[in-house]
Design a protein around this ligand. Structure first.
Ligand SMILES: [Zn+2]
Length: 191
């Protein structure tokens, strides 16, 4: 029993660690267009902070940078899952798909995957309709594709459904908490 708990602890630890890294990469992606154009920006675990005012024309690319990072990481995680024999590759895939899944869940629930205007800004950077849903659908597609890749390779038994549901709820709580704690620590420092 003790060994089981230890294994369980390792799985969740790896899962949350992956979410940490993936969100940090997302925030770093936001900073890259700012850095390229000579503006100071700092990525943290759940938010990017610009230390100098970024011109409005550049802001849409800052939005796009973060989303591009998330898409690239998700594609990489799917390829890694397919090709690697690493013990926790499945957990890493799940951690990488947590954000797209939460976006998708929010999209289905309230019609927009992201709060504020991150998706809209990024869409306008791509020359797409500002008020459209390109990124909502893209993340929905990624979440479904990731789940399908996992399903085909893993062929899970039906009992897994309960565990997946717990995973979704825990992920939402974790991501919300991560943002709140991050803001509590870094907002006073950088805003
Ligand atoms: Zn973002």
């Amino acid at each position: 029993m003790k060994g089981e708990w230890k294994a369980e602890f390792k799985v969740w630890g790896c899962y949350f660690f992956t979410i940490f890294i993936v969100t940090f990469l997302h925030e770093t992606g936001h900073c890259i267009p700012a850095w390229i154009n000579g503006y100071k920006a700092i990525p943290t675990l759940a938010k990017e902070y610009s230390l100098t005012a970024i011109p409005s024309g550049l802001l849409k690319y800052v939005s796009l940078g973060g989303l591009t990072a998330t898409v690239l990481v998700a594609v990489y995680a799917m390829l890694f899952f397919f090709n690697s024999s690493y013990k926790y590759k499945e957990v890493i895939l799940a951690g990488t798909l947590a954000m797209p899944s939460v976006y998708t869940f929010r999209f289905i629930l309230i019609g927009r995957g992201h709060d504020a205007t991150e998706f809209q800004e990024a869409q306008s950077a791509l020359g797409l309709s500002y008020s459209g849903h390109f990124f909502d659908w893209l993340f929905l597609a990624i979440a479904i594709l990731g789940a399908t890749v996992w399903f085909i390779k893993k062929k899970p038994k039906s009992q897994i459904a309960g565990r997946l549901l717990i995973g979704l709820v825990v992920s939402i709580v974790f991501i919300v908490l991560l943002q709140k704690i991050n803001n509590l620590i870094f907002d006073p420092l950088f805003l």
